[in-house]
Design a protein around this ligand. Structure first.
Ligand code: PMV
Length: 312
């Protein structure tokens, strides 16, 4: 038996703009994770692979899975990459504590846990670069034009400054910085939000490009502030990023309510994170206010709150 895990992630700054070539910053969230377990299936003919995801009630044989099944695609990519000989029979069991379709990188984390477990089980461990590149292929199933930020931050498990088509640059956060993630009660498949933004961009390219440019400017400003863990600056930039995302059309009254609750309870700043239209929000906070903020977020409708710390 072999197991491997991969963390969740949140985007601190720059979501959506990153799809259009602008930079973004994301961090891993180790409080939640996906896990894959691989066992040999000695009684089965070579090449027979059973994929199980009990959390979502799925059980499918690889040879019967549809071409656009993300779990099956991850296994097929692993087989191509690793080329195990003789072809083994195996059972792969996937579990995850990452809320699905909530902007926490559940899809990429599942792919990465699975690729790592298969690499280890078939004695060809995959590098972070390969795992990230293969998971990116699977991300394309979730929405056609992924930026690649999810697979990058999850594969490397480091805060990352990311631009599409470039290797991620890891960010060293100088001193501990406290963040709270609040998951809203509405899941949001990334594809819907990305498509909505694309339609706006097609309808009024100049206006949307101006918004994306403003988001890009504040991501550039956020990087040194994050390195220096300047809470006040980061909070103000988060507030500005949220306002720009709202103008881009991806916030909702429920997300605005969560953001407002975090600010009123002492947060230095807050914004929606990920695709929007549901999913999660994040707030940066002085540790003295964390308990109040988590309580305020739960009262404002969060179904789950996660406290995490970035930094040394
Ligand atoms: O998977 P999510 O919900 O965190 O969204 C990813 C962020 C987007 O910028 C909206 C899409 C992308 O591919 O970067």
């Amino acid at each position: 038996m072999t197991t491997a895990t991969a963390p969740g992630k949140v985007i601190l700054f720059g979501e959506h703009a990153v799809v259009y070539g602008r930079p973004a910053i994301a961090i891993p969230v180790r409080q939640v994770h996906a896990q894959a377990q691989v066992d040999d299936l000695p009684g089965e003919p070579p090449g027979r692979i059973l994929i199980e995801a009990p959390n979502v009630g799925r059980q499918v044989w690889l040879h019967e899975a549809a071409a656009d099944d993300p779990l099956a695609l991850a296994v097929r990519l692993a087989l191509e990459e690793i080329q195990p000989k003789p072809l083994p029979a195996a059972r792969i069991r996937i579990t995850s504590t990452i809320p699905v379709a909530s902007g926490l990188g559940s899809g990429a984390a599942v792919s990465i846990a699975l690729l790592r477990a298969l690499g280890a089980h078939w004695k060809k461990p995959l590098t972070n670069e390969r795992v990230s590149a293969l998971a990116f292929q699977v991300e394309k199933l979730h929405h056609g034009t992924p930026s690649g930020i999810d697979n990058t931050v999850i594969a490397f498990e480091q805060p990352v400054y990311f631009r599409r088509g470039h290797p991620g640059e890891s960010i060293r956060v100088g001193s501990p910085l406290d963040l709270v993630v609040a998951v809203s009660d509405r899941p949001s498949p990334t594809a819907a939000a990305v498509t909505q933004v694309r339609e706006r961009w097609q309808a009024d390219r100049a206006a949307v490009e101006a918004l994306l440019g403003s988001i890009s400017d504040l991501v550039v400003e956020a990087r040194p502030a994050l390195e220096a863990a300047e809470l006040g600056t980061l909070g103000a930039l988060m507030d500005q990023n949220h306002a720009l995302l709202a103008r881009l059309g991806v916030s909702t009254p429920a997300l605005d309510r969560l953001v407002e609750a975090a600010r009123s309870a002492g947060g230095a700043g807050a914004k929606l994170s990920g695709a929007g239209l549901g999913g999660n929000i994040i707030a940066a906070a002085d540790p003295r206010h964390l308990a109040d903020i988590e309580l305020a977020l739960q009262r404002a409708g969060a179904v789950q709150t996660i406290h995490l710390q970035v930094g040394p």
